[in-house]
Structure formats: C-alpha cells, structure tokens
Design a protein. Structure first.
Length: 349
C-alpha cells in the first residue's frame, strides 16, 4: 500500500448506508445484513439530518449490534444535525470506513446473503480486480412487479476496455449506473480519488460510476442479481427532480475533464456519451410525467441548444448499429418531441 494511505483492516467489508427519513426501513436493512454468510464486515449508518426518528433508530441498532457505526453531519457552530445530501453522506462514510472493500447500500434496499462471501472469493482469487460488477433485482413494490436485471456476459474477469467496447449490446445501462451493483476495492478508490460530488446531485450514482469505469483496469462480473432494489412512491428516484438543466451541464463538465485524461479512446467516449444520453432521456421523461407538455418542450429546447450534445449524438449515431439506441438518439436529434413525450408519458416503467 502506498505511503500516506489509510491503514485498512484486511478482509473487512465496509457497507456504507446513507440514512434520510428511513425510520421504517433501516432496521430491516441492518437485520438482513446480519444474515450474511461472510461475517467480517462493518455497517456504517450515516444520518443525513433526518426529521423523523431515523437517527435514534440508528443509535439503537448500534447498541444491539457490535459491527455498527453511526455518524451524522453536524453544524460547526451548534453541533446541530444538518442535511447535506446523499453525496456528502456517502463521502463521510468513506472517510470513516476501515474496510479493505467498500459497498454502498441504500437503507430501504437489501442484498443477497451470499454477496460478501462471493465478493471475497473473487478478491482473493484476482488481486488485480478494481471492482466487482453484479446484476440486481428491481422491485416495483407499489404494483407488485419484480425484474431481474443481468448483463449478457459470462461470469469471469474482464479488462475494463472490453466491457466498455461492448456495453451497448451486452451491458445494460442500469447495471452500469446502479450504485448497488458494484463492490469496490478501497485501494482503487483512493488511488484515483474517486468521490461523490455535490454538483452532480440527482445523478451522483452515474457520475461516480462513470469515474470508476474510466479509471478501472480489471472488473469481475458476477452473473447473479445480488442487490435488491425496491422503488417506492416517495423515494428520491420516484419523485420529480429540480434543476435538470444544471445537472446535465455539470455532467458535461465532468465529461470534459475525463476527455482531457490520457487514454480516452473512441469506445470510452461513446460510453460517456451514452451514459449522458440515458440521463437526458430520464430527465425528459420525468419532466413529461410530473410537469406536462409545455415544461417538457422547454427543457427539450434547452438541451437541444447545447451544440456539444447535438454533435456528439450525431457522432455516435453515425457509428451505432444497435436499433434501440439509434431510435433514442434520432428522437433527440430530429425533433420527434411529440412521440418522445407520448412514450415517456404513457410507458412509465
């Protein structure tokens, strides 16, 4: 380990759980974690200024289990607990984590009981693995539907370049961007200074994943849905998100900095553009559902005015063979606004 790095506990997994108004869910999350077949892990519950009884419930869980750490954000002057957002909350968890490996779990989700055991086996067998990628199970609890999301990949070690070159046909974008589908070697995150940035709020998962994919050399894919993601009415991913245009503008700033790094190949560039395209389409979809036609059209025009977006979409469209992505990019480039609006207004999942 390089000089100046944190002294980490060998074999320990640090499971970082941001907590904001999850009083009803956090106990179940922690109890499910205690059922892991591999038991060398710590759970770091970081309260983000909850206004319900979340913080008190976290403290109670700490009294009941010896592998729980509880933290929160405090105002400098009064030591009052404050809300800083999920980005700062996950970063705080990283700052106090002791583990050789890091995993991010939302307090209202869960993971398979074999997750840490399988991950430890991979890390032991492949010392060069930067992070592990898995599938996930997506549950729409309000309507009782559940989906298994897996990549069209064999379970093995991949050079990151190989995954990026084939991502549009074999690696679903929701696996790429979902926070819970990755288990990181802490040394990798520290070496490349990969952290969450507040300016990418509402797209912090995608920005973090993008940074990881751009810097990783080796990734191991486990072909199992190990993360259980539950989408409920009122969750941050289910509700409307303000400042969509600012979110995309900040994302382009991140992309520009990545382009300037050495070794950004065409495949990496297309990977970056496709991630951003998915973000834009998701934001337009939300605008259609929550704000209606006029607001949707305004946001669409704002995005379309960004010349870099138009040019890069054309660049990908000219090289892209996949029908699904070509249709999506054509929607954006050729102003089929009404069709796009109808699609995202009516097809919600």
């Amino acid at each position: 380990m390089k000089e100046g790095w944190l002294v980490l506990k060998e074999g320990l997994f640090s499971i970082i759980v941001p907590c904001y108004n999850v009083e009803k869910y956090v106990r179940h999350c922690v109890q499910k974690l205690q059922e892991q077949e591999y038991t060398n892990f710590e759970v770091i519950l970081v309260d983000d200024g909850s206004t319900d009884g979340t913080y008190e419930e976290c403290l109670q869980l700490k009294r009941e289990y010896d592998n729980i750490t509880v933290a929160c954000h405090l105002e400098d002057t009064s030591n009052k607990r404050v809300n800083l957002g999920v980005e700062a909350t996950r970063n705080k968890g990283l700052d106090i984590a002791n583990g050789e490996y890091v995993f991010f779990l939302d307090a209202d989700d869960s993971i398979d009981n074999t997750t840490l055991k399988l991950a430890k086996k991979v890390f032991d067998n492949y010392e060069n693995v930067d992070f592990i990628l898995t599938g996930f199970c997506y549950s729409l609890s309000d309507i009782g539907k559940e989906y298994r999301v897996l990549a069209d990949l064999n379970e093995r070690l991949y050079e990151c370049r190989e995954l990026i070159e084939n991502f549009h046909t074999r690696l679903p974008m929701n696996i790429v961007s979902c926070m819970g589908t990755k288990i990181y070697r802490r040394q990798f995150l520290e070496e490349y200074k990969i952290r969450f940035d507040r300016k990418y709020r509402f797209n912090e998962d995608g920005a973090f994943a993008l940074d990881a994919f751009m810097n990783a050399q080796w990734i191991y894919y486990i072909n199992k849905p190990l993360y259980y993601y539950y989408q409920r009415t009122g969750s941050t991913t289910y509700s409307y998100r303000e400042n969509a245009f600012v979110t995309v503008s900040n994302r382009i700033d991140l992309e520009e900095s990545l382009y300037k790094q050495n070794g950004i190949s065409d495949s990496k560039k297309f990977f970056i553009i496709d991630q951003r395209t998915e973000l834009i389409i998701g934001l337009l979809r939300e605008e259609a559902i929550f704000k209606g036609w006029k607001s949707f059209c305004k946001l669409f025009r704002d995005f379309y005015k960004i010349e870099q977006i138009r040019n890069e979409c054309r660049e990908v469209l000219n090289c892209e063979k996949g029908i699904k992505r070509r249709v999506r990019l054509a929607f954006f480039l050729y102003y089929f606004r009404s069709l796009l609006f109808i699609y995202y207004k009516t097809v919600r999942y």
